[in-house]
Structures are given as structure tokens and as C-alpha cells.
Design a binder for this molecule. Structure first.
Ligand code: GBH
Length: 483
């Protein structure tokens, strides 16, 4: 139970950076302002509103018109870093390499970056957080066409490096390729909503999408390294998400293997090709066979050449789950390697206290173990690029500001980072709270609030919750140099 989990306020290195994170479609609004083109999220949320709780990002937090106020707010909270994403169709409305560029969109991000730097806040920029231009989806189904997508993504990335790279020194190519592949192209709960119901070939398409993401990432790392790194000297990598998996029955090897296999299928799928320059994990090849695309010799050379140029491991992490091996493969199409996952283990124990959503349990030990798992597999400094939770009842601002559960969650997860650093020897260099302010939470619409700042979606007023002040105070305490 939560009251037995005690925050110890353990120390963090004086150089450790903390910040907040957002994504363009979740906060910007202004979806057709100043020449912005539609993304798959504009279309997805409008053609079938039930998929997003009847809501959409047309206005969201209206950040597009309130960026100055939001930077001021972050400055008052003492953040070191702001991670945001660029809306591709805001700067190339149709998306493609031969399409016009929207200078007004570029000006928006230029101003944002300048305002951040004026306040000593480091911009960390995600090139893609789920809002591919609808134009590219209409033309060639975006990620499903590897060669076309790769060429257009390189062009878009080059434009960003050219226009913003003099001031942006940390780049993320893609946010959560697993989610793009599985949730957007298999379950269909996220845009573009490819799924069995849409009559698409879900037995191969999610892995084609993953393949496209890996190769497009590698090509952009290569391009940054050869064309920009010498003059701009920035870092580039990708953000992978994933829970930690505990065995459903730790006394049984079959289930211990399941927990390990689940993480290999979730993280190794992308991490092994990208950070190790290798083929997909052998466990995945064994289970999926030819459903996993093959890398050509040329592509393998690209991967092995670019793997060492990834400067950090971007980790989005929220929670822990149990995994078990099924005695028989699940009926129908098994792409999981014969695994089921749950929040309760064989002995009826919950993996941690629940937050406002069932999938997100408070489980800081799992976080510490995942930091170790990633460090041992990839030996890259980890930046926690997203972490946080929603609390119950947060629509009401009075209730929202008193967010004790979030404060505790954050406190415990920061203790876990401290232990990973000082007891386990893992390099962790930053922590970005998800998220700056309550925003459009994809398929949950505005129903699930992850902000450290409350947003009133009628007035658009922002009110910091206590966790925002806690973050400021706890980093001041924890980062005192050791005596
Ligand atoms: C992140 O994804 C996103 O990067 C961010 O934009 C988002 O706002 C944030 O999480 C909070 O959700 O209902 O059991 O099917 C995290 C990946 C994918 C985790 C969907 C939760 C739903 C689990 N998320 N998943 S379930």
C-alpha cells in the first residue's frame, strides 16, 4: 500500500538535469492556423470522435498562442530543460520533400527556442511525436512505405537541423516506435487506426512500420553526423518506452523467461538494431519468422555505422507489469512470443498501488530494475524523457492542486534513479516530468490528466499543482553536492 512506501529524498548528481515534456498535438491547438496542414491526428479525431472520447486537439492548451506564457511558467518552476515536439505539418503542410515550407510555422518554433534560451532553459526537440502529415498518409500510407517515408523524413529532419540546430543541441527522432507500430498499426487505438477492423494486414504491417522507423532513424543519425555534427555539436538519439516486467511466478523459470522475453520484444525490437547495430533479437526472429522484415547488407552497414552515434538512451517509463508464459499459444495470431501480461501475479499480489488509470501502478523498484536492464544491454547514458502519472478527480482545480499521489510517485521514482546511480552504477543524466500541463491525452481525450500544472479547458488558465513546486524543491535538496 502507498502509505508504506516512503520517499527518502535521496541525492542526485549536481549536474543532473530536470525538466518537463510535451508533444505538439497534445498542447498546441491552432491546428489550421497560419498555414498548418492536417496531420493523421486531426483526421483520426474528427472522422470518428468516439475513438478520442469525443474530443480532439483543435484547441488543446492553445499553446500555439500562449507559448510565451508557458515558457514564463516553466521559468518560474526552475526547470533546466523543456522537451517538446515539432509538428511536421506545421512546417511542411503536405509533408513531402517537394512540398512548400511554411515559414510561419518555422517562426513559431524559432520564437519558442529563443524564449527558452533567454530563460536558460535547454530545448530538447522531438522530431516526431505521432503527428505525421496526412498528405503522406494519403500518398503512400506513411510508415508502410519504407523508402518514400525515409526520404521525406530525412528532408524534414534536415530542414529542422538547418533552421533550429544552431540553438538545439539535443534531438530525438521518434517518440516510442513500439507504440507507433503496435497501437497505431495493430490495435488501431491511435492514429492512423490501422487494425483488423480496417481490413489491413496486421500480421505483417506493424513490423514493416517498425522497420521503417528504425531505418529512418538511422538515416537521420547518419545525416546529422555527416552534415551537421561538426558545426552544431549536438546529440541525437531516439526515445523508447517500456514497462519493467516481473515474472508472474518468480519460482518458475518459464515465467522468469517470459518477463525477460517481454522486454526483449518491447525494447530489444528497436534497441538492438539501433544501439547495437544488430539484427532483430533472435527471440523475435524465432517467434515471428518472415513477418519480421530482413535488413539488406546495405541497411546492416547503415545500422552498424550509426549505432555508436546515438548519444543517449531516451527512456519513457511509467510502470511495471507481470508477464507469464502461456501453456498454449493464444488463439489466433500470436505476435507476443506466447506471453500474457497483467497487474496481478499468480499469488494475487498487485504490482503496485493504482493511480487514476489501471495500467499505471506505482512501482519504483521496477523502474530501478529497468534502468539496470537498459544500462547492461546498451551501455548508454540514460535520460528519462517521460515519467509521471494521473491522479483521480483532477478536473476540479481545487482537488487537482493537492496532488499528493503524483508528488509521492515522483519522489519514489527519483529515489529509484538515485539508487540506480549510486548503488548500481547506472549512468542517468536527466529526468523530464510528463507532462508540463494537462493536455489532450490521445484516445482518452481530456479525460486523463498527467500535468504538473492544471489546465482549465474552458478558460485555458494554467494553475501549478503542488507536485510542480515539489519538483522544484526536491531537485534543490537532492542536488546539494555531497559533503
Ligand atoms: C506516452 O506513451 C506518450 O509518449 C505521451 O504522449 C502520453 O501522453 C503519455 O505516455 C501518457 O499516456 O490502456 O492498457 O492499453 C506511453 C505509452 C501507450 C502507455 C498506451 C499506456 C495504454 C495501456 N502508453 N498505453 S492500455
Amino acid at each position: 500500500p502507498l502509505d508504506q512506501m516512503v520517499v527518502e529524498e535521496l541525492r542526485l548528481p549536481p549536474t543532473f538535469a530536470w525538466g518537463t515534456a510535451t508533444a505538439a498535438y497534445q498542447i498546441e491547438g491552432g491546428t489550421s492556423q497560419d498555414g498548418k496542414g492536417p496531420s493523421i491526428w486531426d483526421i483520426f479525431s474528427h472522422i470518428e470522435p468516439s475513438r478520442t472520447n469525443g474530443e480532439n486537439g483543435d484547441i488543446a492548451c492553445d499553446h500555439y498562442n500562449r507559448a510565451a506564457e508557458d515558457v514564463e511558467l516553466m521559468s518560474s518552476l526552475g526547470v533546466d530543460v523543456y522537451r517538446f515536439s515539432i509538428s511536421w505539418p506545421r512546417i511542411i503542410p503536405l509533408g513531402g520533400r517537394n512540398d512548400p515550407i511554411n515559414e510561419k510555422g518555422i517562426a513559431f518554433y524559432n520564437n519558442l527556442i529563443d524564449q527558452l534560451l533567454d530563460r536558460d532553459i535547454e530545448p530538447v526537440v522531438t522530431l516526431y511525436h505521432w503527428d505525421v502529415p496526412q498528405g503522406l498518409y494519403d500518398r503512400y500510407k506513411a510508415f508502410l512505405n519504407t523508402a518514400e517515408f525515409q526520404a521525406d523524413f530525412i528532408h524534414y529532419a534536415r530542414l529542422c537541423f538547418t533552421r533550429f540546430g544552431d540553438r538545439v543541441k539535443k534531438w530525438v527522432t521518434f517518440n516510442e516506435p513500439y507504440i507507433i507500430s503496435i497501437f497505431a498499426h495493430l490495435n488501431g487505438t491511435l492514429a492512423p487506426g490501422h487494425c483488423v477492423a480496417e481490413g489491413t494486414d496486421t500480421t505483417t504491417e506493424p513490423w514493416r512500420v517498425g522497420h521503417t522507423l528504425i531505418l529512418s532513424h538511422a538515416a537521420v543519425v547518419d545525416m546529422y553526423t555527416t552534415e551537421f555534427h561538426y558545426s552544431q555539436k549536438g546529440d541525437i538519439s531516439i526515445v523508447l518506452n517500456g514497462s519493467f516486467y516481473e515474472p508472474w511466478d518468480a519460482t518458475d523459470k518459464v515465467h522468469r523467461d517470459a518477463a525477460e522475453r517481454r522486454m526483449v520484444f518491447y525494447i530489444g525490437w528497436f534497441g538492438d538494431p539501433i544501439f547495437l547495430g544488430q539484427d532483430y533479437p533472435s527471440e523475435m526472429r524465432a517467434a515471428l519468422g518472415s513477418r519480421l522484415p530482413a535488413f539488406t547488407d546495405k541497411e546492416r552497414r547503415l545500422l552498424s555505422r550509426t549505432a555508436p552515434n546515438n548519444a543517449f538512451y531516451g527512456m519513457n517509463h511509467y510502470s511495471t507489469k507481470y508477464a507469464r508464459t502461456l501453456s498454449e499459444p493464444p488463439a489466433g495470431d500470436d505476435w507476443t512470443g506466447n506471453i500474457a501480461e497483467s497487474s496481478v501475479n499468480k499469488f494475487g499480489q498487485e504490482v503496485g498501488p493504482v493511480t487514476a488509470v489501471n495500467w499505471l501502478r506505482v512501482a519504483p523498484d521496477g523502474f530501478r530494475k529497468l534502468l539496470n536492464w537498459v544500462w547492461q544491454r546498451y551501455h548508454l547514458p540514460v535520460i528519462v524523457t517521460e515519467n509521471g502519472c494521473p491522479c483521480p478527480g483532477e478536473t476540479d482545480v481545487q482537488i487537482a492542486v493537492d496532488d499528493k499521489l503524483r508528488e509521492k510517485y515522483i519522489g519514489l521514482y527519483l529515489d529509484a534513479i538515485s539508487r540506480a546511480i549510486y548503488e548500481d552504477g547506472v549512468q542517468v543524466t536527466g529526468y523530464y516530468a510528463w507532462t508540463l500541463m494537462d493536455n489532450f491525452e490521445w484516445s482518452a481525450g481530456y479525460g486523463s490528466r498527467f500535468g504538473i500544472v492544471h489546465t482549465d479547458f474552458d478558460t485555458l488558465k494554467r494553475t501549478p499543482k503542488n507536485s510542480a513546486y515539489y519538483l522544484k524543491a526536491t531537485f534543490a535538496r537532492r542536488r546539494q553536492p555531497a559533503t
